[in-house]
Every structure is written in structure tokens, then in C-alpha cells.
Design a protein around this ligand. Structure first.
Ligand code: NAD
Length: 340
């Protein structure tokens, strides 16, 4: 049965347009090589560059466009850091569409120098609350407060997601927290994980304080499978895990809710490299693969993954982060050609 999907594409800021166009090129190669798949790309404006024109980084018309699509491929965006400026588009979209699970796989790739050769883990990060709740105030000059909101409901929901994933993988889940200091908030999170664990007796669980987890990720990354944690800890751990496997330029992320999915690289807009055609597009290309997998287009998703692995295994095309001098375009062309 031919399948047709509307895909929202937000190119973003900095290196966003380059890496997003690279992923679209690869998706077009997938469409050309499959008889039954049509992807209609609907381009929306979002990001720092919109603020001057629209007064916001997420115009209403873009939200309306997203609502007409099956999934979103999102490039990284620059977030202004002055208090009162528009908040992160990623954080807004995650909350607006209730994309509660941020899934960030990290694994060693062939011919890519990683700390260990056999790393294959997934960070599952709670995506809607914690220190990203947006509740931050200046009580008086020089005294600031940020609320770390942790609810039982969101903790149960992310734990359920993580256990389901662990049950399909190596049946090992590590929950990461700072329960010795954040006794109430991380107490709620820990209790939720333990409650859900009763439904998954085949999944072995262990836990780590977040500081110990950052150390273990470097010392013994191969011992992790699924890691579930709260919002900020997951953001930090997934960047670390990406670098442990070789480069942030390889790490893709999915933001999954009950009815919608948004897919993006883990990295940001790296403004200092914008327009130079030198960054690695694989993170965004792998995000596109995760998107096809989410849409149940398993063969198409696997084609992208295989093409990425083949190009990395050959080792002829390497971007600067992988120790080479190939361009973003050369990398995406090589992956698209493998697919064709
Ligand atoms: P960053 O991820 O943009 O860059 C950190 C460093 O990682 C870069 O200097 C570069 O050395 C490396 N890097 C990143 N992407 C790479 C790629 N594709 N290939 C090779 N190397 C790569 O993080 P930052 O400097 O902390 O943030 C820059 C901007 O991005 C900020 O405005 C931040 O708010 C934003 N950001 C956005 C998102 C998002 O849109 N989801 C995520 C993180 C950061």
C-alpha cells in the first residue's frame, strides 16, 4: 500500500539549514528508491532569525503548519539567553505537543574513534518538566530561583516508556537521579521507576547518582543499555554519551508523545561553524531515520542507517569532527548515493 506523509521541516539557525538540507537530500534518495513512500515536506519558519520579523521564534503559522503534519524534522535553533526573550523553540514544542519522551541513542560506529568499541545505549529523558519547566524568577536583585517541578504522573509516564524500550532491548535499565540531595523531587521520580518496574520483572534495574553516572559513562560506557532520567540530567548525559561514542555530530534525538513525534539532532546550532559546509550532518540524517521508524517505515529507516554505517565503515568521507576534511555536502552526497 503506498504511504504518504506530511513532514514539517524547520531548518533552524546556525548550522541548522545545512544539516537539515543534508537530511532532506537523504530522505529524497529514500523516496526515489522506494516505490511506496511519499514524503511531502512542508517548510515552516522557526528560530532566532524569526524574532526580528515576528517578535517570536515560533510564529503561529508554523504551529498551524505543524498541526497538519504526521511528524516534524527540526534543525537546531539558537536560543537567546537574556531574561524575558523568547524561550527555546524545542522546549516550547515539546510542551505544546506533549512530546514527553526524549529518546537519544548513542552507539559506537565502525571506523569512528570512540572511548570503547561496543557502546550501545539509549538515554530516555523526561522532556516536559524538571528544571525546564520555565518557572524561573528573580526574587530580589542578585537572588534567583528556578523551580524543579517533578510530578508522579510524568515520572510514571517516562518510566513506562523506558521500561517498554528496555524490554525490547537488553532488558537492563539504569535510573539516574540525585536522590541524596533532591530528596523530595527525585524521591518522587525514584518511587515512580520502582512502581513501574513491578510490571517488568524481566528487566534488571540499577540506579546511579547523576555525578557517579557521568563518571561511569566515561569509565564503563559499555555497561549501560537504557538510561532513564529527569530533564536536565538527561540533556547533560546524552551530550556526554554522544562524545563518548566519537562526536556530538553523530547523535540523533526523538521527541515522542502520544500522537506526534519531532526529530532533531542532539547538538545545537553551533553558530561559529554556520555556513562553512564543514559540520557533520549524520546526527540530523539519523534523526530522519528515527522519524521514518516512528512512522512505521522500518525498511526506509533501515536503509538510511545502513547507508550511514557503510559510509563510516569505508572511512573515505570524514568530516572534521571525525578527524577528516570532508564537507557536509560530501558526507550527505555519499550517504544519498549509497541509498540510490
Ligand atoms: P552546540 O551543540 O551548538 O555546539 C557545541 C559544539 O559541538 C560545537 O562548537 C561543535 O564543536 C560541536 N558540534 C555541534 N554540532 C556539530 C556537528 N553537527 N558536527 C560537528 N561538530 C558539532 O552547543 P552550544 O554551543 O551550547 O549551543 C549553541 C546554540 O545552540 C545555543 O543558542 C543553544 O541554545 C542552541 N541549542 C539548541 C538546541 C536545539 O535546537 N534543540 C540544542 C542545544 C543547543
Amino acid at each position: 500500500m503506498p504511504k504518504s506523509y506530511n513532514i514539517a521541516v524547520l531548518k533552524g539557525d546556525g548550522i541548522g539549514p545545512e544539516v537539515t538540507e543534508a537530511a532532506i537530500k537523504v530522505l529524497n534518495a529514500v523516496q526515489e528508491s522506494s516505490q511506496n513512500l511519499t514524503l511531502n515536506f512542508l517548510y515552516g519558519e522557526a528560530g532566532y532569525h524569526c524574532i526580528a520579523e515576528y517578535g517570536t521564534n515560533l510564529p503561529e503559522k508554523t504551529v498551524a503548519l505543524i498541526k497538519r503534519t504526521h511528524a516534524c524534522l527540526k534543525g537546531p535553533m539558537t536560543t537567546p539567553e537574556t531574561p524575558g526573550a523568547p524561550v527555546s523553540v524545542a522546549v516550547t514544542l515539546r510542551r505544546m505537543f506533549n512530546l514527553y519522551a526524549n529518546v537519544r541513542p548513542c552507539r559506537s560506529f565502525p571506523s569512528v574513534e570512540a572511548l570503547k568499541p561496543n557502546i550501545d545505549l539509549v538515554v530516555v529523558r523526561e522532556n516536559t518538566e524538571g528544571l525546564y519547566s520555565g518557572a524561573e524568577f528573580e526574587l530580589s536583585p542578585g537572588v534567583g530561583v528556578a523551580l524543579r517541578i517533578i510530578t508522579k504522573e510524568a515520572s510514571l509516564r517516562i518510566a513506562e516508556f523506558a521500561f517498554k524500550l528496555a524490554a525490547k532491548r537488553k532488558k537492563h535499565l539504569t535510573y539516574v537521579h540525585k536522590g541524596n540531595i533532591l530528596r523530595i523531587t527525585d524521591g518522587i521520580f525514584k518511587d515512580a521507576v520502582k512502581e513501574v518496574s513491578l510490571k517488568y520483572p524481566d528487566v534488571a534495574i540499577d540506579d546511579l547518582h547523576v555525578d557517579a553516572a557521568t563518571m561511569q559513562l566515561i569509565k564503563k560506557p559499555e555497561t549501560f543499555d537504557v538510561v532513564v532520567t529527569t530533564n536536565l540530567f538527561g540533556d547533560i548525559l546524552s551530550d556526554e554519551a554522544a562524545q563518548v561514542t566519537g562526536s556530538l555530530g553523530l547523535a540523533a534525538g526523538a521527541n515522542i508523545g502520544e500522537t506526534y513525534g519531532m526529530f532533531e539532532p542532539v547538538h545545537g546550532s553551533a553558530p561559529k561553524y554556520a555556513g562553512q559546509n564543514r559540520v557533520n550532518p549524520i546526527a540530523t540524517i539519523m534523526a530522519a531515520s528515527m522519524m521514518l521508524d516512528y512512522l512505521s517505515e522500518k525498511d526506509a529507516a533501515a536503509k538510511i542507517e545502513k547507508a550511514v554505517i557503510d559510509v563510516l565503515t569505508e572511512g573515505k568521507i570524514r568530516t572534521a569532527d571525525l578527524g577528516g576534511s570532508s564537507t557536509t555536502t560530501e558526507m550527505s552526497n555519499a550517504i544519498a548515493s549509497k541509498i540510490r
